[in-house]
Design a protein around this ligand. Structure first.
Ligand code: NAP
Length: 261
């Protein structure tokens, strides 16, 4: 008989650092076994795994590029082998443009890269994971799945120096609606968490700019967001505490997108 984890199992893509690590820690605290993936070699994420293990989770790392659909198959097979189940998928892995470029000058290569990693990858990973979740649900009605997409305020806020990123995140917002609509009949809710400006490696290069913007009132809550802020929100969704709400969008942005007069 193959081993099946008695704890719920979550895959947090890009879970070894930044927002994904905050989410992974929150879900370890919520008594789930946590799988993380990334492009880096396993030797580079040993500290992250050890920290997760210290929270009582059986943490598992799988090197897999979210943009490569073959890697999805490998990733899900590895989870099947290790834990025998997948309850929650958090599509977090994503990238910013290498160079921010004005819409009038931006290159198609950057556009293609962002769409492949931020949108196409998670869209098809969701497809593959959903099929497995449907099977698990059909095998046991108490199986409670959830899918959470990490988008961005850039899904709605137009930044003309990174149109590629904004479009990829607007696509993630629609993908959330689509998958929520498709998976409802199987009892699998799909949610979107929409972070504002969060202190991670991704924003390190623009820290001065945002420090000034916070001082000028960019957000209602005058501070950087943290990976833990996002982790808490995802934990609420992943543990089924927000009911009758599939397709819901949770802005975790300190009021950045709050309309003010
Ligand atoms: P980060 O610190 O740069 O971390 C990105 C993570 O994604 C890393 O774990 C990285 O893995 C992984 N990743 C990137 N490309 C990948 C690929 N092709 N395949 C597999 N894994 C990949 O970024 P972050 O700030 O935590 O952002 C996480 C998510 O939140 C992204 O989707 C981002 O768009 C979104 N977001 C961020 C902010 C913000 O202000 N930081 C705001 C809104 C939304 P490696 O470690 O192996 O490279």
């Amino acid at each position: 008989m193959p081993y099946v984890s008695n704890k719920r199992v979550v895959l947090v893509t890009g879970g070894s650092r930044g927002i994904g690590f905050g989410v992974a820690k929150a879900l370890a605290h919520a008594n789930m076994n946590v799988v993380i993936n990334g492009r880096r070699d396993a030797s580079e994420v040993a500290d992250a795994l050890a920290e997760l293990e210290s929270l009582g989770t059986e943490a598992f790392y799988c090197q897999a590029d979210i943009a490569e659909l073959d890697d999805h198959t490998q990733l899900l097979s590895a989870i099947r082998e290790r834990f025998g189940r997948l309850d929650v998928l958090v599509n977090n892995a994503g990238v910013a443009p290498d160079v921010r470029a004005d819409l009038l000058d931006a290159e198609p290569d950057s556009f293609d890269r962002l769409i492949r990693i931020n949108l196409r990858g998670p869209y098809f990973l969701t497809q593959a994971a959903a099929k497995w979740m449907i099977n698990q649900r059909q095998a046991g009605a108490d199986f409670q799945a959830a899918i959470v997409n990490v988008s961005s305020v850039s899904a709605t806020e137009a930044s003309v120096n990174r149109g590629d990123y904004c479009i990829s995140k607007a696509g993630v917002a629609m993908a959330t609606q689509l998958w929520a609509a498709r998976l409802g009949e199987f009892g699998i809710p799909v949610y979107e968490v929409r972070p504002g400006v969060i202190r991670t490696d991704m924003t390190a290069g623009v820290a001065d700019k945002y420090n000034q913007l916070f001082a000028k009132g960019l957000t209602v809550e005058p501070r950087w967001g943290t990976p833990d802020d996002i982790g808490r929100a995802v934990a609420v969704l992943a543990t089924g505490q927000l009911t009758y709400a599939t397709g819901a969008v949770l802005p975790i942005d300190g009021g950045l997108t709050l309309r003010r007069l």
